[in-house]
Design a protein around this ligand. Structure first.
Ligand code: PLP
Length: 490
């Protein structure tokens, strides 16, 4: 592992190996008349670009890419993010010229195949969620949330029900939920969890009055728990005249087993980049389709692909009658949608069901294998992820952060830390369905070793990671003053 450090130093030097006149590009001979350069006053004489050979550049970028952590290299148990393996066949289909070389402004009759794929994907997602319709136009989970609450607003407005300004959100929710509700102009009221990690139904009952626009519920919750009262919860909200929003980013736990539309949800977003296997991280690209029940169908964002029978049957980009309008340019992130379609078709319905079975089994295997050394805030069977608390380690002077950093030394990505906020020193582990038992066993063995180290050699944990290209970074400064590119020495 020390060699990696040497590489890193070498990497910096590489760009400084610039030598005047060294070049890696070769232009073909001119086959058009030479044009005069613009006036000298607008030319930059001192553009400080490094002058390097092609090989130098290839090594530089290849090394840089290897300094990133990637699910194609190592185990990535980042809770709530579903960093599962992204099958390469998805990339093959997404790169097919019929999908990748078309233009979003092309007339619909010239891209019927692409529209048919979107239409079929709409069908798959409504089937998976047990809803009546879907728009694929939204390009992130949070973006789907915003579309969802805007539809809830449009629904109340269309009925002239203008007093409904409150959205209820559990205290375990992903931070994007309250942010989306607030962006749509709603007032957010937080509902606490009870001592078992379920939503506190009695508090909910009191809060559900005639000012209620709806509630945003995550199923399973971000504690990785299936709330057994969910049908009653939806019922309470509906009786008060509100609609139920389902954050379906955790669909990996339910695929092929639970249809949120049948449970009582009126609108659900999916994170295709998580559950349906598009590489994500670093902020995109994603897709967060919104699936809705009958009564929200007229409000779906545009476009929704329709199959029009008639003279010549064709796929068209439809506009729901009371649409909330466009959420993004064109048809959403088309490449992500092709990957999701490929993933679903490659697995089939039995395969999708096995995804959730294996994902939940893996998380429970980890829970059972580590529960003697790491505390559980809620001592019950989990769904696709398990939330540990490092409070026992904290008493030994080692924080959840230190445990997470130490995992990097073993080539394992850190779990999600300090989320959900209601768990002290939270470590949220999501193994996904795609990891072998051997990988899970190695993770368990490493976590056990770290628990031992927190007793014997806590300093080793507090200074970890010891073997990664960079050790602890100043996270505030990294965000405020990012140092992202090579700059010439002046
Ligand atoms: C990831 C996630 C989101 C947000 O999805 P983005 O695509 O990152 O906007 C929302 N809710 C939950 C529960 C999530 O895990």
């Amino acid at each position: 592992m020390t060699s990696q450090r040497i590489d890193e130093r070498d990497n910096r030097l590489l760009m400084d190996r610039s030598a005047p006149g060294r070049i890696g590009a070769k232009l073909p001979p001119l086959d058009v008349p030479a044009q005069p350069l613009p006036p000298q006053s607008v030319l930059r004489a001192d553009l400080p670009l490094p002058e390097l050979s092609e090989l130098d550049v290839v090594r530089y970028f290849t090394r840089l890419s290897q300094e990133n952590f990637a699910v194609d290299l190592n185990f990535y148990p980042l809770g709530s993010c579903t960093m599962k393996y992204n099958p390469k066949v998805n990339e093959v289909t997404a790169a097919m010229p019929g999908f990748s070389a078309i233009h979003p402004m092309q007339p619909a009759e010239t891209v019927q195949g692409a529209l048919e794929l979107l239409y079929q994907l709409q069908g798959i997602l409504t089937e998976v969620t047990g809803t009546a319709g879907v728009s694929l136009a939204t390009i992130a989970g949070a973006h789907g949330e915003l579309a969802g609450v805007l539809m809830i607003r449009a629904y109340h407005m269309a009925r002239n029900d203008t007093k409904r300004k409150v959205v209820l959100i559990p205290d375990s929710a992903h931070g994007t939920n309250p942010a989306s509700a607030a962006m749509a102009g709603f007032q957010v009221v937080t509902i606490p969890s009870d001592k078992n990690g379920n939503l506190d139904v009695e508090v909910l009952r009191k809060a559900a009055n005639n000012e209620l626009a709806g509630a945003m519920i995550t199923m399973p919750s971000t504690l990785g728990l299936f709330d057994p009262n969910i049908v009653e919860i939806c019922d309470i909200i509906h009786k008060a005249g509100g609609l139920v929003y389902g954050d379906g980013a955790n669909m990996n736990a339910l695929l092929g087993r639970v249809k949120l539309g049948q449970v009582g949800f009126d609108v659900v977003h999916l994170n295709l980049h998580k559950t349906f296997s598009t590489p994500h991280g670093g902020g995109g690209p994603g897709a967060g389709p919104v699936c809705v029940s009958e009564r929200l169908l007229p409000h779906l964002p545009t476009p929704v692909v329709e199959y029009r029978l008639g003279g010549k049957p064709e796929y068209i980009l439809g506009r729901p009658p009371k649409t909330i309008g466009k959420m993004a340019a064109f048809h959403g992130n088309f490449g992500v949608l092709v990957r999701a379609y490929t993933f679903a078709r490659a697995l089939g319905s039995d395969g999708l069901k096995q995804v959730s079975g294996d994902a939940v089994l893996s998380a429970n295997y980890i829970q059972a294998s580590l529960r003697d050394l790491y505390d559980l805030s809620y001592d019950r069977r989990c769904m696709h992820e398990v939330v540990f608390s490092a409070r026992r380690q904290k008493a030994q002077g080692v924080k959840a952060l230190d445990v997470a950093k130490r995992l990097l030394d073993f080539g394992i990505h850190a779990p999600t830390m300090y989320f959900p906020l209601i768990v002290e020193e939270a470590l949220m582990v999501e193994p996904t369905e795609s990891e072998s038992k051997e990988t899970l066993d190695r993770f368990i063995q490493v976590m056990r070793q770290i628990a031992q180290e927190s007793k014997d050699t806590p300093q080793v944990l507090r200074e970890a990671p010891h073997h990664s290209p960079v050790s602890r970074v100043d996270e505030t400064r990294a965000a405020r003053q990012p140092d992202l590119r090579w700059k010439p020495k002046r």
